[in-house]
Design a protein around this ligand. Structure first.
Ligand code: HT7
Ligand code: ZN
Length: 875
């Protein structure tokens, strides 16, 4: 396969002003007719017209009314070239496609008998020949024709301008999108669906029609998505002054979908997972996911749609920014400082769990990649989550007001344009009169920077010198790195645990100073420091870096008890836990005695019982670093020893804190009607982590508690938590509970996904059991949610079993990657990523992993998607 480089970008030879599309929809053969008005691009030096097309049958091609024959145009490698064309062109193209045969869920496809499209990144070329690149923006008019009985609802982007009946039981609908857009934002839906709708008053007084479309039978699960949509619209008006620019905004739920959702202009298409919720079927985490994803897609309407990307290397321009916006939205929806901190802690956990490993592995790439084989492989945690951290750093450096000024200038300069990450940085710099040239390295250099800090207190001069140094490990293709511009938020704690007043470089700060590290090493001198402080460094996780500071246990305990910054307070607890987990893992590997000190247990107890802290914070502080995070800290990963160590720690905490865990369980019940609000969800979180610890040290009482919670749960959060506790403690009641759970929810696909997921991640589930779950009648590889629930949760969420010493997990992984690749390369490539870190295991495991990787590499007709991932892993 061919590698595409960012440096090779050239502007398109022709621009498209208008696109008229006609669809005669039929699952077997859909006829697509398109009429494009095009003109030569004055910024291009290239001559001919280039249209992309994939898996299409070309029926007719006319230029300015004259039929073109082979020779007038050439098709090779999915590109149709017309080398001689006048400056102004009307192209008419007729193609055929087979949506029912399309299992890739890319382009036009059928799900549950309904038609949907997915065009990002390069799906539009599977619908018709087109200059399918994001810097070609045009106005679209779309005519849909389909059987009226089977597909009563016909939707596309923008406004409905006409609808009516046709002969032979067919009908039509004509849609017009008033805004220019790139082809990846095109969408259509032709389906039997129902909707919840509302009119909503916008900031300027206009009414907008909001609709959430779902399959019949799911209208009892659309309230939360609708509420989240209304909250998103209001939030964007208030925080950024950005208004909905359409009269109508639609969300459509589909059960077969490769990702979370898609921001097509005015017609967002969502994975059902991020739309459908009621207390019976959805957990608190599901509700939070719906709010975040509805917000995310809505916010794309400005950051992505009105201002889009020049090319796909700029993907983080829209994704990093929009993730940052959805994170801020979710935090603002909670509304309290402590709630905001909990959302930040969850973001840090995601980064460490997924992005730091990516940055240290064979697929490491900058936030703005320099090359790719398959763009679908670059919808990554680096582009999204690290990209969001990069955007967050602008706000940390410039302040909220400065950030808003930058956003305003960005829209003023670039509305309805396709631009680059550099344009965003320039808007931030220019709006604030700042030089952000060095900040560019966050976009161009891959790898997680390491920030090394050391402190020196001088009691005579009352100074505290903080030395900050930075380095960044080599990544593929980037052996050497230059220093980053890193905002480092710092506080100094006194012996009483309070923040000391800060003066640094002659400038006074409140309790926190944002230091700007721009060189390889710098010394920051705090003056007037009346006592030897404990430094709290990288508050609120002010930069996506690894911090090394030689903290003593006492210092960490001090921070864990007192830090006014909740993120660093949590962080101190994580450091205390991680140190112990690593020691326990080593002990377990060597067969020596495992021991856990009282000091740590007491620190955990103090947090558990401190009712001045939010329940959600306490839950997070009690949650141990995951097995994956421990693995990332080890030179040679021993998955079974890590698992034993973590289980041991959970059991000891359960035994030693038993009485307090029971007391907190009782104190955090949420009787009455279910509400997904943050306070109630936090209480459930704390109560359920208490249950999990109790079940890790099972006695009769805790088993009865889990069984009772399972039987009496009034919501899915409590039901799942109880069932997980029963399964993980290998309770005699687990099998029956699983059976009851299945029977009660066998009509709810998203709940059956949970049923598979819980079993896949259970410590007792080995490869043989996963294989037998695959034979369950409810299992199918064709549905990505179902495939993820079993295969991905096993490969990524059950490391001790997946890395079984006999290599059975790897052999299974290879089989499934190859099987999935035949159906859906995008999803297969995601599963292929589970083997990224194979070089970090023992030689015996490495050898078996390599064999599995080579097996996939040698499979016939492997997609570009999987080929890229496997080739990079093996290189
Ligand atoms: N912008 C959307 C990306 C997306 C996508 C990408 C590749 C393949 C399928 C896809 N579905 C959605 C989602 C988002 O970030 O909002
Ligand atoms: Zn997005």
């Amino acid at each position: 396969p061919q590698t595409i480089y960012r440096k090779d970008y050239t502007p398109p030879a022709y621009l498209v002003d208008t696109v008229e599309l006609g669809f005669d929809l039929d699952p077997e053969t859909t006829i697509v007719a398109s009429r494009l008005t095009m003109r030569r691009n004055p910024d291009s030096t290239e001559a001919g017209i280039e249209l992309y097309g994939q898996n299409l049958k070309l029926v007719a091609l006319r230029m300015n009314g004259a039929t073109l024959r082979e020779g007038d145009y050439r098709i090779s490698s999915n590109v149709l070239r017309i080398s001689k064309a006048p400056d102004q062109v009307t192209l008419e193209i007729e193609t055929l496609t087979s949506p029912a045969q399309n299992t890739t869920l890319n382009g036009l496809y059928v799900s549950n008998g309904n038609f949907f499209t997915q065009c990002e990144a390069e799906g539009f070329r599977c619908i018709t020949y087109f200059p399918d690149r994001p810097d070609v923006m045009a106005k679209y008019t779309v005519m849909l024709r389909a059987d009226k009985q089977k597909y009563p609802v016909l939707l596309s982007n923008g406004n409905l301008v006409e609808a009516g009946d046709l002969p032979d039981g067919r009908h039509y609908a004509k849609w017009e999108d008033p805004f220019k857009k790139p082809s990846y934002l095109f969408a259509l839906v032709a389906a039997r669906l129902v909707c919840q709708e509302e009119t909503f008053k916008l900031m300027d007084g206009r009414d907008a029609l909001l609709q959430v479309w779902v399959e019949d039978g799911n209208l009892d699960k659309t309230d939360y998505a609708m509420q989240s949509l209304k909250n998103s619209i209001r939030w964007d008006e208030e925080r950024f002054g950005l208004e909905l620019d359409l009269d109508r905004f639609m969300i459509v739920a589909v059960s077969d979908f490769n990702m979370g959702a898609m921001e097509n202009k005015g017609l967002n298409i969502f994975n059902t997972k991020f739309v459908l919720a009621n207390s019976r079927v959805a957990t608190d985490v599901d509700y939070a996911g719906i709010e975040a994803v509805v917000g995310h897609e809505y916010f794309h309407n400005w950051t992505g749609n009105r201002v889009t990307c020049r090319d796909w290397f700029q993907l983080s321009l829209k994704e990093g920014l929009t993730v940052f916006r959805d994170q801020e939205f979710s935090a603002d929806m909670i509304g309290t400082d402590s709630g905001r901190a909990v959302t930040r802690i969850e973001q840090v956990r995601t980064l460490r769990q997924a992005q730091f490993p990516e940055d240290a592995g064979p697929m490491a790439h900058p936030v703005r990649p320099d090359s790719f084989v398959e763009i679908n492989n670059f919808y990554t945690v680096t582009v999204y989550e690290k990209g969001a951290e990069v955007v967050r750093m602008y706000q940390t450096l410039l302040g909220r007001d400065g950030f808003r000024k930058g956003m305003d200038l960005y829209f003023k300069r670039h509305d309805e344009q396709a631009v680059e990450c550099d344009d965003f940085r320039a808007a931030m710099a220019d709006a604030n009169g700042r030089d952000l040239a060095q900040f560019e390295r966050w976009y161009s250099q891959a790898g997680t920077p390491v920030l090394t800090a050391s402190g020196k207190y001088d009691a005579r001069w009352l100074t505290f010198e903080l030395t900050l140094s930075q380095s960044c490990p080599a990544t593929p293709g980037q052996p050497d790195k230059l220093p980053f511009h890193i905002p480092v938020a710092v506080g100094l704690l006194g012996a009483d645990g309070k923040d000391l007043p800060l003066t640094v470089g002659g400038k006074q700060h409140g309790g926190t100073a944002v230091l700007e590290l721009t060189e390889a090493s710098q010394v920051f001198r705090f003056t007037g420091v009346k006592e030897e402080p404990t430094p709290s460094i990288l508050r609120d996780f002010s930069a996506p870096v690894v911090l090394n500071y030689p903290y003593t246990d006492d210092e960490l305990l001090h921070l864990f008890s007192h830090d006014s910054d909740p993120v660093n307070r949590w962080e101190a607890g994580q450091r205390l836990a991680m140190e112990r987990l690593l020691k326990l893992t080593a002990a377990s590997a060597h067969g020596s005695k495992q021991e856990l000190d009282d000091t740590f247990i007491e620190a955990m107890r103090k947090i558990l019982v401190d009712e001045s802290l939010d329940a959600a914070f306490r839950e997070n502080a009690l949650l141990l670093p995951s097995e994956t995070m421990v693995a990332e800290q080890m030179e040679v990963v021993d998955p079974q020893a890590i698992h034993r160590a973590r289980q041991f720690m959970r059991r000891v905490i359960g035994e030693r804190l038993r009485a307090d865990l029971h007391a907190q369980y009782d104190a955090n019940l949420t009787p009455g009607d279910y509400s997904p609000d943050a306070i109630s969800a936090g209480k459930r979180g704390l109560k359920n982590i208490a249950l999990a610890y109790l079940s890790a040290a099972p006695d009769e009482h805790s088993d009865a508690l889990a069984r009772r919670q399972f039987d009496e749960a009034g919501n899915m959060t409590d039901r799942v938590a109880a069932l997980v506790s029963l399964i993980h403690s290998e309770s005699a009641g687990a099998a029956l509970a699983l059976e009851k759970f299945y029977d009660e929810f066998d009509n709810e696909a998203l709940v059956i996904d949970k049923w598979f997921a819980m079993q896949a991640a259970a410590p007792g589930t080995d490869v043989a059991m996963v294989r037998s779950l695959m034979r369950h009648p409810a299992f199918t590889l064709k549905n990505p949610n179902r495939a993820r629930s079993l295969l991905f949760n096993f490969a990524n969420g059950n490391p001790a079993q997946f890395h079984a010493p006999d290599g059975s997990g790897y052999a299974y992984w290879a089989e499934q990657v190859m099987a999935l690749d035949k159906l859906n390369p995008q999803v297969a490539a995601r599963l292929a990523r589970s083997m990224d870190r194979w070089r970090r295991y023992s030689p015996a495991l490495q050898a078996q992993m390599k064999t599995a990787l080579q097996k996939v590499a040698g499979a016939p007709k492997l997609s570009n998607d999987v080929t890229e991932v496997i080739t990079k892993a093996l290189s």
